[in-house]
Design a protein around this ligand. Structure first.
Ligand code: S3P
Length: 452
């Protein structure tokens, strides 16, 4: 497990960079390709540990998968959703909650047995939220510890009983799971979403001819329409770009352009929050394809003010809270994050991980039951922090290191490749080069330094 030492940024960050491709879209494009008749060409695919898990699982369902990594392209071949076959092995999703929850929806419509599991972190994450509603379809389904956790088993059937469900948690993973299952329904299904979350599944299914409507907060899935494969050029991922954006805002004199960023209103809560904080960030050249806005964004170093985020806004920036917390330590005043208890059941307990790490660097972070209260600005001191095996915690700590007064050492940073394998290359590209990797042995005693 590698460690990294992050030195304070010696100079401003600048440049013009393509946004890393979006992980959420990549999972969905591959899965929707598997449900569509014909050949789906996915360009600007995000190759990272999580999406490799999705591709491997789809192969086990009889889907043709061609990964052209040198061209950032994936080609999926399928004869449509009813041609998917009982998996020939356990579906191992690795660290990817999106893969597990969405595949549970898809395998519900496949006759036969599916077993879904993943790594240690996945096996601690809550699964009842998909098991209970999927039972309404008439399939057999269950999980470890009285349905709380993976491994999950399910025996799918085709067709399924159409169903109605009101989402108790605003989760795009749960919503997408149910939308996928509803495609095999024996009639229309209705999924009520009291608080909106990212709607990429709905937009992409419509793009291949799926009949998905939304009225008064209720998603209506009308099954029966054959979905026809098409090509997708995917936008970039704000959840990865967030780290570059934060770096440019924090490091004095920085100026950055990020290209091809996805700007779906259900994903850009961080940009809205940054604007309220007084950040100089502006999207430009915005266009739309298959219902998904995208464009470029320009960012300049800014003086920041504290912010407040409430429950309704959380799904629009759920993955950006760790890095927003780092920004909050540098903002004037008090920042309050409420209604974010979902962060406790992500890849790590992110509320605890953020507060433990930032407090150990001298920040003033108070952990509440469902959020954080952060007072700023404070000068972060150096020290040693943990990734908690969580990619977004690890990257947030790297960015904290750019503006700390002395080096920050971060343990177990291999997890970054779960979502953003080119993170350090991109930082290098925009002018930050003051990091050193240390494989395996202790960072303090390391002799064979590996400079990037
Ligand atoms: C995701 C949805 C979010 C997010 C996750 C990706 C998706 O999870 O945290 O990283 O692609 O649908 P929830 O919808 O469960 O909050």
């Amino acid at each position: 497990m590698s460690k990294v030492r992050i030195l304070p940024a010696a100079s401003k960050l600048f440049g013009d960079i393509f946004c890393p491709p979006d992980k959420s879209f990549s999972h969905r494009a591959a899965m929707i390709g598997a449900l569509s008749m014909g050949q789906t060409v996915i360009e600007n695919f995000s190759f990272c540990q999580d999406t490799w898990s999705t591709l491997h699982c789809l192969e086990l369902l009889g889907v043709g998968v061609q990964a052209l990594t040198d061209q950032s392209k994936v080609v999926i071949g399928s004869s449509g959703k009813d041609a998917l076959t009982e998996p020939t092995d356990i579906l191992d999703v690795g660290n990817s909650g999106t893969t597990l929850r969405m595949l549970a929806g898809i395998t519900s419509g496949i006759q036969g047995l599916s077993i879904l599991t993943g790594d240690q972190s996945i096996r601690r994450r809550p699964m009842q939220r998909i098991i209970d509603p999927l039972r309404k379809t008439g399939i057999i389904i269950g999980g470890r510890a009285q349905d709380k956790y993976a491994p999950l088993y399910l025996v799918g059937k085709n067709p399924l009983q159409a169903f109605q469900h009101t989402l108790k948690i605003p989760s795009a993973q749960v919503k997408s799971c149910l939308i996928f299952a509803a495609l095999w329904g024996d009639g229309p299904s209705f999924i009520e979403e009291p608080i909106a979350s990212r709607d990429h599944t709905e937009n992409m299914l419509r793009a291949v001819g799926g009949d998905i409507r939304k009225k008064d907060g209720v998603i209506q899935v009308f099954p029966g329409k054959e979905m026809i494969a098409r090509s997708f050029y995917l936008p970039g991922d704000i959840s990865s770009a967030a780290f570059l954006i934060a770096a440019a805002l924090l490091v004095w004199g920085s100026h950055l352009i990020i290209r091809n960023l996805g700007l779906n209103p259900t994903r850009i809560g961080m940009i809205e929050c940054l604007k309220r904080m007084g950040a100089k960030i502006e999207p430009f050249d915005v266009s739309e394809e298959w219902g998904e806005p995208r464009g470029h964004v320009i960012i300049e170093h800014s003086e920041l003010n504290g912010f407040e985020i409430n429950q309704e806004e959380i799904p629009l920036l759920i993955d950006e809270i760790p890095i927003l917390s780092v920004l909050a330590t540098q903002a004037s005043g008090c920042s309050i994050i409420k209604g974010a208890s979902e962060l406790r059941v992500k890849e790590s307990d992110r509320l605890q991980a953020i507060s433990e790490n930032l407090n150990s660097l001298g920040a003033q972070v108070k952990e509440t039951e469902d959020g954080l209260i952060i007072s700023g600005p404070v000068t972060l001191k150096g020290g040693r922090v943990k990734s908690f095996g969580d990619h977004r915690i690890a990257m947030s700590m790297v960015i904290a290191g750019l503006i700390a007064e002395s080096p920050i050492e971060i343990e177990d940073i291999d997890c970054i490749s779960v979502s953003y394998p080119n993170f350090f290359q991109d930082l290098h590209h925009i002018g930050y080069r003051d990091f050193e990797f240390f494989p395996d042995n202790d960072i303090k005693n390391s002799s064979g330094k590996e400079k990037s």
